[in-house]
Ligand binder design. Structure first.
Ligand SMILES: NC(=O)c1ccc[n+]([C@@H]2O[C@H](COP(=O)([O-])OP(=O)(O)OC[C@H]3O[C@@H](n4cnc5c(N)ncnc54)[C@H](O)[C@@H]3O)[C@@H](O)[C@H]2O)c1
Length: 396
């Protein structure tokens, strides 16, 4: 058994996602478990170098997690051949430039979504990576949530019969920052800084819908900026220039209708911050982040509309819980492990920059639908780019 150290530049690692999910829950957890074992018995050990602007923050974070390498000089990290992967969880607007540099330096790329703020730029990154022959991947963590894995299990078993519709409710109240601090970064509410719930969440909805139910074929979206002013991390009031809620309908392959509400201005009266209800001819399911409940056609009650009497049904109690039947690890960590195996042993990793570009595409078309107040078709992105780094984005 050989241990292979893999140098990983982690940029944006002092942020919310960078610290919690990518550093602590993924890379540190992988190091603590003794690395990732390959099929031949060799072990990959991630060797991160934490990169950012603030020396003190980096040093503190590195010391806290027993990491020896940190730097404020990205160029120097890129020039070091020991580092073979460039990872980016900076704010979205900063990502494309850094990825371009990393590709030029011959690094494999792994990054947060959205890969960029425009489809053109997202595709350019995919082309550059494939053109340079570097491996690449994008975080698609929701696919690995226990609730969604259970949904996938139900789909694979044929439980639903023909799937008719999907309703997704995502969101929670994000405090305005005046009398209680906001629990999301203020750039999320400024378009010019890459903010907006459509840009943020449609990147997720694209891969969730495509992978579970069928490719998204068209979109109708209404966005809103419900809260016009917020207070930032430094106590300064700012104008919100980005959408904080989106009310969308998608048509999927096979005629499935998906209604998806995304909101940072909603108070939660459901079982989780994200719930997905799927209705099929033979059964229905409601999944949250971890749990999933089902109702089969043979357990379906027969209500009759009559507001003159007390409701005789306890509807929410008429569902059964899908058992775990397996141990669920953190979704970000699972994807990191798969990416590391992809790098070290060429194992498959389908969630590449082109898949990431599809998320940006849906966000862009959602914004366009809102602006033009109409349904918009979602053109298929050509897969040619994977072969030769050449032209993509041909219409269906
Ligand atoms: N996969 C998911 O579920 C998920 C969830 C939330 C956010 N994200 C994505 O992760 C990324 C980061 O989001 P976050 O919520 O962690 O944001 P954040 O504001 O908490 O962190 C952003 C990081 O970028 C760095 N940064 C910001 N401005 C910079 C500058 N001018 N120069 C250099 N570095 C700078 C910050 O220091 C920090 O490390 C975003 O692209 C976001 O879309 C993904």
């Amino acid at each position: 058994m050989a241990v292979k150290n893999i140098g990983i530049i982690m940029n944006g690692v002092t942020g919310r996602m960078g610290t919690n999910q990518h550093l602590v829950r993924s890379i540190v957890a992988i190091r603590e478990q003794g690395g990732v074992e390959l099929a031949n018995g060799d072990v990959i050990m991630p060797d991160p170098i934490l990169v950012g602007r603030n020396k003190d923050k980096l040093q503190l974070l590195a010391e806290k997690h027993n990491i020896s390498r940190w730097s404020t000089d990205l160029d120097e990290c890129l020039a070091d051949p020991h580092n073979v992967i460039y990872f980016d969880s900076q704010t979205t607007v900063r990502r494309a430039d850094a990825i371009r540099k990393a590709i030029e330096a011959g690094k494999h790329i792994y990054c947060e979504k959205p890969t960029a703020t425009s489809l053109e730029e997202s595709i350019e990154l995919a082309k550059l990576a494939y053109g340079a022959g570097v491996k690449n991947g994008v975080v698609q963590d929701k696919l690995f949530l226990p609730g969604l894995l259970k949904l996938k299990r139900l789909i694979d078993s044929g439980f639903f019969g023909k799937i008719l519709s999907v309703q997704m409710e995502f969101g929670y109240w994000v405090f305005e920052g005046d009398w209680q601090a906001g629990q999301r970064p203020s750039w999320n509410y400024r378009k010019e800084d890459g903010g907006g719930i459509i840009v943020d969440m449609f990147a997720h909805w694209r891969y969730v819908l495509d992978n579970l139910f069928g490719n998204v074929e068209s979109v109708s979206c209404l966005g809103k900026t419900h809260i016009p002013k917020r207070v930032d991390e430094n106590g300064n009031t700012y104008m919100c220039t980005a959408d904080d809620a989106a009310y969308a309908t998608f048509e999927l392959e096979g005629g499935i209708v998906a209604q998806v509400n995304s909101s940072w201005t909603v108070r939660v009266n459901r079982e989780d911050l994200l719930t997905i209800q799927v209705d099929g001819t033979h059964g229905s399911a409601v999944a949250g982040l971890r749990e999933c409940k089902i109702q089969h056609r043979i357990n379906t009650p027969k209500p009759v509309w009559n507001p003159d009497i007390e409701n005789p049904f306890a509807f929410t109690e008429q569902w059964q819980t899908v058992p775990d039947n397996q141990v669920f690890d953190n979704g970000f960590k699972i994807q990191w492990e798969l990416f590391l195996k992809h790098i070290a042993a060429g194992e498959p990793f389908p969630w590449d920059l082109l898949e990431g570009a599809k998320g940006t595409q849906l966000a862009e078309l959602g914004l366009k639908s809102w602006e033009e107040r109409r349904w918009i078709e979602v053109p298929e992105l050509s897969l040619e780019v994977r072969k030769n780094g050449e032209a993509v984005n041909s219409a269906r």
